[in-house]
Design a binder for this molecule. Structure first.
Ligand SMILES: [Zn+2]
Ligand SMILES: [Zn+2]
Length: 371
């Protein structure tokens, strides 16, 4: 079991000077910094502990409070506590880990955090191209920690309530003299929780929250892009100790279209045109992302790769309220016939004779002028 004594976390003794605390913190923070340990969850946890320990111990006021042990839990509870009468505002901390899952010792030093917000939860949703374009209401399954219904989050079996620990009178800590020093340590009777639960709620094992899959209806706005993050406030995990719930983030995964490629709010489509259309100019049909066609006027002498911008025919701008849309960018691809019939060949030969041009003349002129 990890020790959560703030002094031990920083590896200093209780009498350490502010300077010693600062030095210890800097050394450890460098070692466990997430940047130095990418992807290492344990290092990250460690780093958080170190930060927290330093936050408390580097502040003389907070340090004194910590040394003296936690405030009592009954009476004088912070306003806004979620469990109603009696100021049960610190219960979440106490119940976390109840049932042997987590670290129940030494949480006392963190009680000043009060009610804690639930975790944010991120899920991804796969969308068909047309749904992403037009917008859709969909249901997603979200794995969350929800408030345990039978105990309403208290962790105590229905019909019972947590009661104040008689040993520590709710402080969660006790002092012990050892030689010259007095140590504060978690109350062994309640494991530092300050309360005892005579009969833990069987549904949550005393934790007050249960893991469940919640079905959440999510509105995907028109024009959703692949990788877009949609925030659904308050639909993450339940808070602890009456804290607010976390948020849900829905990340969109949009299926790729074989023809329309997204570029910002624009779509790019490559449209084949015959070499005759390119030379003579033409009115051509172009497909639209949402289906149907639109007419595009191709000027005579259109070159390969030329792009035409059709304003407002792209994707709806997902964050706009005015129904603005991006553009459709039509990229011309000039198609040259692979095979010619006899008559076609004759016509083209006649054309070449009439034209009589050398299309590479300019190229050679350029090269020569450079040598
Ligand atoms: Zn106790
Ligand atoms: Zn329960």
């Amino acid at each position: 079991m990890k020790t959560k004594d703030l002094y031990k976390i920083l590896g200093v003794d209780r009498g350490a000077s502010q300077e010693e605390i600062r030095r210890a913190y800097r050394k450890l923070a460098r070692r466990y910094h997430p940047d130095a340990n990418p992807g290492d969850k344990e290092a990250e946890e460690r780093f958080k502990e170190i930060q927290h320990a330093y936050e408390v111990l580097s502040n003389p006021e907070k340090r004194r409070e910590y040394d003296e042990g936690p405030r009592t839990f009954f009476g004088g509870g912070r306003p806004g506590g979620g469990f109603g009468a009696g100021g049960f505002s610190d219960l979440s901390d106490l119940f976390e880990g109840f049932g042997g899952l987590g670290d129940i010792f030494g949480r006392a030093g963190r009680r000043e955090t009060g009610p804690r917000r639930g975790e944010d939860v991120t899920v991804s949703v796969s969308l068909r191209f047309s749904d992403a374009l037009e917008g859709v209401t969909t249901r997603v399954s979200v794995p969350v920690e929800a408030v345990c219904e039978p105990c309403r989050g208290t962790g105590a079996a229905p019909g019972t309530a947590p009661r104040r620990c008689p040993q520590c009178e709710g402080r969660g800590m006790r002092s012990r003299d050892q030689g010259l020093f007095a140590f504060s340590e978690p109350c062994p009777a309640c494991g530092g929780r300050g309360v005892v639960i005579d009969r833990p709620c069987s549904a949550c094992g005393g934790g007050g929250r249960v893991r469940t899959n919640r079905r959440v209806t999510v509105r995907i706005p028109p024009g959703a892009r692949d990788g877009m993050k949609i925030r659904v406030p308050g639909r993450g995990s339940a808070g602890r100790d009456g804290g607010p719930p976390g948020d849900l983030y829905v990340v969109t995964r949009v299926e790729e279209h074989p023809v329309f490629k997204r570029r910002g709010d624009d779509f790019v489509v490559e449209v084949p045109v015959s070499f005759v259309e390119a030379a003579l100019g033409a009115e051509i049909d172009v497909p639209r992302p949402e289906g149907g066609r639109l007419r595009l006027r191709l000027p005579a002498g259109t070159q390969e790769g030329r792009q035409f911008r059709v304003r407002g025919a792209g994707a709806p701008k997902a964050r706009s309220r005015g129904g603005e849309r991006g553009d459709l960018i039509v990229r011309v691809h000039v198609v040259v016939p692979r095979k010619l019939r006899r008559r076609e060949r004759e016509i083209l030969e006649a054309f070449a004779e009439e034209r009589g041009e050398d299309v590479r003349e300019e190229l050679f002129k350029k090269v020569e002028s450079w040598t």
